[in-house]
Design a protein around this ligand. Structure first.
Ligand SMILES: Nc1ncnc2c1ncn2[C@@H]1O[C@H](COP(=O)(O)OP(=O)(O)OP(=O)(O)O)[C@@H](O)[C@H]1O
Length: 244
């Protein structure tokens, strides 16, 4: 369970978050929806302890990431727009390196690499070096690294950007399997179709504030609007940042 209460974060004169509160439950995929600049990435970075909040509280299964970021990261996978691949390492070497950093080793690590490669449909690039990888191939490798150590919590910043149809499907089924395993997944996205098909719960933020939280159906009921996209626009008051 991930909980935030009244979280605020300021960068100089810019108030990135001005009071965000929500709960993301285990075994649920929670979408983080908001226009560009709403504060989604800032929130994810606070949850994993990469930034310190100015105000409020955050609990990751009872642990405050500002107090014990290492304990939080042990059970967390984070996908951001910084993929951090090494051009000269093959995908398998790269994943083995990160697996070892997470205390994995030997045949069980290799078996887990094969499992994740199957899950994300990326066997074709497993033995290739990263130099020259396309955007979609890069994001798959970064995702594989994120999932490798079977984290209990997963924070994904726009995970499907740059993925083709088959890879998007592979990602969705991988996330479905993680949900079944009881993983707590928070996913920032602009893709409404993804939210409708995949997410159990939605947190809407705008201008650094939580505007609403609930299932897609609850948000539609609350606004009295049948389409989630239109309900979102009505909640945030802008059409900016939506991908149909
Ligand atoms: N390190 C920083 N220094 C200054 N301002 C920042 C910094 N990081 C974020 N901001 C500002 O905080 C606000 C929230 O940014 P953030 O990246 O969290 O938004 P976002 O919801 O992820 O946006 P997008 O959908 O465009 O990715 C923006 O106004 C942004 O310019």
């Amino acid at each position: 369970m991930i909980e935030a209460k009244e979280v605020r974060k300021q960068f100089g004169a810019v108030q990135a978050l001005g009071g965000v509160s929500f709960q993301a439950r285990d075994g649920h995929i929670t979408a983080l929806l908001g226009p560009n600049g709403a504060g989604k990435t800032t929130l994810l970075r606070l949850l994993v302890g990469l930034l310190k909040r100015d105000h409020g509280s955050i609990s990751i299964d009872g642990i405050d990431p500002a107090v014990d970021p290492m304990a939080v990261r042990k059970n967390m996978g984070l996908l951001t727009d910084q993929f951090g691949l090494y051009d000269r390492l093959s995908t398998r070497e790269y994943l083995a390196y990160f697996g070892e950093l997470n205390g994995m080793a030997g045949p069980s690590l290799q078996a887990r690499i094969d499992e994740v490669a199957d899950l994300l449909a990326m066997n074709d690039i497993l033995e290739r070096r990263a130099k020259g990888f396309s955007q979609g191939q890069r994001i798959k490798v970064a995702l594989a690294r994120t999932l490798l150590h079977r984290p209990r919590h997963l924070l994904l910043d726009e995970p499907s950007r740059g993925l083709d149809v088959m890879s998007t499907r592979a990602l969705r089924s991988a996330l479905g399997a993680l949900r079944q395993d009881g993983c707590c997944v928070i996913m920032a996205t602009h893709v409404m179709q993804e939210v409708t098909h995949l997410c159990d719960d939605v947190i809407v933020i705008a201008r650094g504030q939580t505007v609403a939280q609930g299932s897609p159906q609850q948000l539609c009921e609350r606004t009295g609007i049948a389409s989630l996209e239109d309900a979102f626009v009505s909640l945030v008051g802008t059409e900016e940042g939506i991908v149909a």
